[in-house]
Write a protein that binds this ligand. Structure first.
Ligand code: HEC
Length: 155
């Protein structure tokens, strides 16, 4: 019984060490940070797509705020979150980022520039009516998709 308890404690201790190692891995932190930024993009872009499609009512104030948030995020210098070696071959199941991002660098920055252009153009008109929003939302969606198509693992 006592031996079992000790063994149990030892195993629990080892599990803790293993978990804290994973949590301390700077590359895993980087992966989480860039996924967090992507989640923020998605959280803010979602209702904009919904309004453009008429799935939710157009709200000028909200549209302009959300597009403004996407614009604010462009100023975030999150380059550290794209640390070399943090691709899906090294971290399977934790990231969908393809090694191609680093192998073809700086190709991905062109996709980033297209995205930034789409965000800036959208933010300029998002609060000016559903038609104005619609006129720019397509380019935003295309810029997200283009980068995902070329630099993310397919599901
Ligand atoms: C320049 C390239 C690029 C652009 C532009 C881009 N993404 Fe991503 N996105 C990625 C990559 C690469 C990943 C994979 C990140 C990872 O798993 O480490 C990703 C992952 C995601 C994820 C999954 C995050 C997670 O928790 O696993 C979401 C959601 C997402 N992107 C939304 C968007 C939206 C919405 C847009 C446009 C408004 C966008 N992205 C624009 C490259 C891009």
């Amino acid at each position: 019984m006592r031996i079992h308890t000790r063994l149990g404690l030892l195993l629990a201790g080892l599990a803790l060490v293993a978990t804290s190692h994973a949590a301390d891995d700077p590359l895993e932190k980087a992966i989480k940070a860039r996924q967090g930024e992507m989640q923020l993009r998605s959280f803010n872009a979602g209702p904009l797509f919904g309004m453009a499609k008429g799935q939710i009512d157009y709200d000028a104030e909200l549209a302009s705020k959300l597009a403004g948030n996407l614009k604010l995020l462009l100023d975030l210098d999150n380059g550290r979150a794209w640390a070399a070696g943090s691709h899906n071959e090294a971290y399977p199941g934790k990231t969908t980022a393809l090694p191609k991002i680093w192998e073809t660098y700086p190709e991905i920055t062109d996709y980033g520039k297209n995205y930034a252009k789409a965000v800036n153009e959208l933010a300029a008109v998002a609060g000016k009516g559903q038609d104005a929003l619609k006129s720019k939302i397509g380019d935003l969606g295309k810029s997200c998709k283009a980068c995902h198509d070329d630099f993310r693992e397919k599901k």
